[in-house]
Design a protein around this ligand. Structure first.
Ligand SMILES: C[S@@+](CC[C@H](N)C(=O)[O-])C[C@H]1O[C@@H](n2cnc3c(N)ncnc32)[C@H](O)[C@@H]1O
Length: 280
């Protein structure tokens, strides 16, 4: 028992294990994440829908997303942004590895007769043969990746941009890091719940890595017949670190914002957003 508890509470190296996919592609948890996406009043999976409405409108205006413009939305989920871009006349590609989300997104597009190219694939593997005027990655998905994955994605963005094309994404800030606290909790779900339809215990460890400014949500899910570990990482960024990573990939950040809805940059907020273009 002692050894098992030590293992449950152990602290891996930052980004040592990648298991983000479990959250989005496991049949049961993907359905739970979907409920959050579609709940208009919570900031889980997607932001609350009033924010999405306002931020999509801001993006449409800021990037003039009308006929003749092509947007690629990485990690598009159930299409809450892509459908809004398509309604304004833009050509839209949505990339996501959750079949559950894309099934929903495709049905919604069909209902409205919107032509959106949804691609079921890990975005690390996405090649794409059509360049974009705008590339988006929304709700801090960029922060769930390790440095090598972030570098790969930024280089991909640079090759996918049309001349004059732009990248818009949001990240967690250092203020956000300061607001997080380490904790350990145990929950018993005798009738099943978020992780399974079977009864389970969940140990949730929130671990902070001060040097790297990384937070890990490590869930250990113990069912009668199986035990799983799920690691959800978040990199928190200073302006300098984000600028360095973008520049290493040939991208220049030219605008700093408070969020992807066009709010003013504010270093006391938990997040910020940037707009970047390809360096000459
Ligand atoms: C936090 S959600 C945000 C969804 C959407 N951008 C929004 O704001 O409504 C992250 C999305 O990225 C997708 N995702 C995560 N890792 C991915 C990967 N490696 N390849 C493709 N999609 C991925 C998930 O399936 C999920 O739909």
């Amino acid at each position: 028992m002692f050894n098992q508890l030590e293992k449950i509470l152990s602290r891996p190296k930052p980004f040592e294990v990648y298991s983000t996919d479990v959250l989005w592609t496991d049949e049961h948890t993907a359905k739970q994440m979907m409920k959050h996406h579609l709940d208009p009043d919570v900031d889980i999976s997607s932001r609350r829908h009033s924010f999405i409405e306002n931020s999509a409108n801001w993006m449409i205006e800021r990037f003039k997303l009308h006929s003749g413009k092509h947007v690629i939305d990485f990690g598009c989920g159930p299409g809450l942004y892509t459908q809004r871009f398509a309604r304004s006349g833009a050509q839209v590609t949505g990339v996501d590895f959750s079949s559950n989300s894309l099934d929903y997104a495709r049905k919604q597009a069909e209902k409205e007769d919107l032509s959106i190219d949804y691609i079921l694939q890990s975005y690390f593997e996405f090649e794409g043969n059509q360049k974009a005027d705008l590339i988006t990655m929304i709700f801090c998905d960029f922060t769930a990746m390790n440095l090598a994955q972030r570098s790969l994605m930024l280089k991909k963005f640079a090759t996918l941009l049309k001349p004059g094309g732009q990248v818009l994404l949001d990240v967690w800030s250092l203020a956000g890091y300061a607001h997080r606290e380490e904790s350990t909790s145990i929950t018993h779900s005798p009738d099943g719940g978020f992780w399974s339809t079977e009864p389970y215990f969940e140990f949730m460890n929130i671990l902070k890595y001060d040097e790297e400014k990384v937070v890990l949500n490590k869930a250990v899910i113990i069912e009668a017949e199986r035990t799983r570990e799920v690691y959800i990482w978040h990199q928190y960024f200073s302006k300098e670190q984000l600028r360095k990573e973008f520049e290493a990939a040939g991208l220049r950040i030219h605008t700093w914002l408070g969020n992807v809805g066009g709010a003013e940059y504010d270093e006391t907020l938990d997040e910020f957003a940037v707009i970047a273009e390809k360096m000459e």
